[in-house]
Design a protein around this ligand. Structure first.
Ligand SMILES: O=P(O)(O)OC[C@H]1O[C@H](O)[C@H](O)[C@@H](O)[C@@H]1O
Length: 426
């Protein structure tokens, strides 16, 4: 497996803690994951869960790889216009992409000062735009798409619009699709059965990732290893994680789910996971709140509360054990100051790893609920494995709680009101 999960600290929290309660509740939840796995397996067999069959496919990748945007060298910049599930997964994959040309930009903001540099000036001729919206009706994306079409039309007419823009949305009629049809923009289909926040392995994540130089086959391979293992083994990591989280929520008052990688490259994953978890589990008055953090930065920000505040959190520390290529630290540069001796002859990654282990131990010593996820190398296979892990863990956790992991009914009200405000009818 591309990562190792260690949950020992949740079960052995020292004298004075109700370790046996945790163990009993956890074992019960873990047994329940068996019937959930069976249900998911049946849905997969009936082709009703493409998010879980995608990792085993390849044909769609071949099509993506043949797109002129991928094969050509026409652009210095590619702007990915999408929000939520139509952007966050791609950002996770692109974060480890080795390619620096074309430069990828993610417009998951409506701040005009972020967008303006791409819409005006000399860059426009060498900038492609990838407009992504599953529904094709998200107000933010439609507003941005209109700006893109306007800028390109001014610069090179319909020909520039159809050449420099690509749309990903559901097939059939929807507002973004209609813009594409009107301007002769190529449309790629977003599978209607793949929910946005679960779409990272589909074209939505794959196209930007391939532009960033990511090997999507390896991403899917890592994902498939986790997937297959989860259906084969009761104590597979995603099932253990979901059962443990559920048990802690039920009997130990855990109400927050903290993800803290010790790797800047994994920071986008905390944002991706925040949406995945929040929209999947927060329903009908139930759910736990995702909290994203980054090590070691948040040791100097949130750690005090975590150690000394309420014991209401489940911590996931993701530790990258890879050694970087930084030079060994030369403490002689600081006039042989003894206070720096502990840094002597270490790489910078060793400092980070030491801090991660120290945080894990400090949390455990205080009786906090903590798991460690250790990776040996942050590459495509590992990233695919982690993404699949957290997708499955989320799905299992939702079923354990009795909520539907795949819908998000409550947010629709806000979208409806936004449109009414803009029409002046609210
Ligand atoms: O891809 P789109 O249809 O534009 O949706 C983008 C986002 O919109 C909403 O906020 C949904 O709650 C999200 O789940 C979704 O990812």
């Amino acid at each position: 497996m591309a990562y190792i999960q260690n949950t020992d600290a949740c079960f052995d929290r020292g004298a004075g803690h109700r370790n046996d309660w945790v163990k009993t509740a956890y074992s019960k939840a873990l047994i329940q994951t068996e019937s959930i796995a069976q249900t998911l397996g049946q849905l997969m067999k009936r082709g009703q869960l493409p998010i879980l069959t995608l990792p085993g496919e390849e044909e769609d990748l071949k099509e993506i790889e043949q797109l002129p945007l991928v094969t050509g060298d026409d652009y210095d910049h590619v702007v990915v216009v999408g929000i939520g599930g139509s952007s966050l997964g791609a950002q996770v994959l692109a974060s480890i992409g080795p390619k620096t040309h074309p430069v990828l930009h993610f417009w998951d903001t409506l701040d005009y000062h972020v967008m303006a540099p791409h819409l005006t000036g000399n860059n426009l001729a060498r900038t492609a735009f990838l407009l992504i919206s599953k529904s094709g009706s998200t107000p933010e994306i439609l507003a941005q798409s209109l700006l893109v079409v306007e800028a390109l039309n001014k610069f090179g007419g319909k020909e520039a619009v159809s050449r420099q823009v690509l749309v990903i949305c559901e097939p059939g009629s929807n507002p973004l699709g209609r813009i594409a049809d009107k301007w002769g923009i190529k449309r790629l289909d977003h599978n209607p059965d793949v929910g946005g926040r679960y779409s990272v392995f589909s074209v939505v994540g794959a196209l930007p990732a391939i532009l960033a130089g990511i090997d999507m086959r390896m991403v899917r391979r890592g994902a498939k290893e986790v997937l297959d293992n989860t259906f084969r083994t009761v104590d597979a990591a995603p099932r253990v994680g979901a059962a443990l989280h559920h048990a802690l929520h039920e009997i130990a008052g855990v109400s927050m789910n903290v993800m803290m990688p010790y790797s800047k490259q994994l920071e986008p994953m905390t944002h991706w996971f925040r949406q995945l978890w929040a929209e999947s589990i927060g329903k009908e008055g139930r759910g736990t709140t995702p909290l994203n953090a980054l090590g070691p930065i948040d040791q100097h920000s949130q750690l005090q509360l975590w150690l000394d505040g309420p014991n209401d959190k489940f911590f996931t520390l993701i530790i990258n054990n890879e050694q970087d290529t930084s030079p060994l630290m030369d403490v002689g540069l600081a006039s042989n100051d003894e206070a720096l001796d502990y840094l002597k002859d270490h790489h910078i990654s060793e400092v980070v790893q030491a801090e991660a282990s120290a945080t894990a131990e400090t949390l455990a010593m205080r009786g906090k609920f903590l798991r460690r996820m250790e990776i040996g190398k942050l590459d495509e296979r590992t990233l695919g494995a982690l993404l699949m892990h957290f997708m499955l863990e989320t799905i299992f956790a939702c079923y354990l709680l009795g909520v539907n992991p795949f819908d998000q009914p409550a947010v629709e009200d806000g979208k409806r009101l936004t449109k009414m405000y803009l029409k002046g009818k609210a």
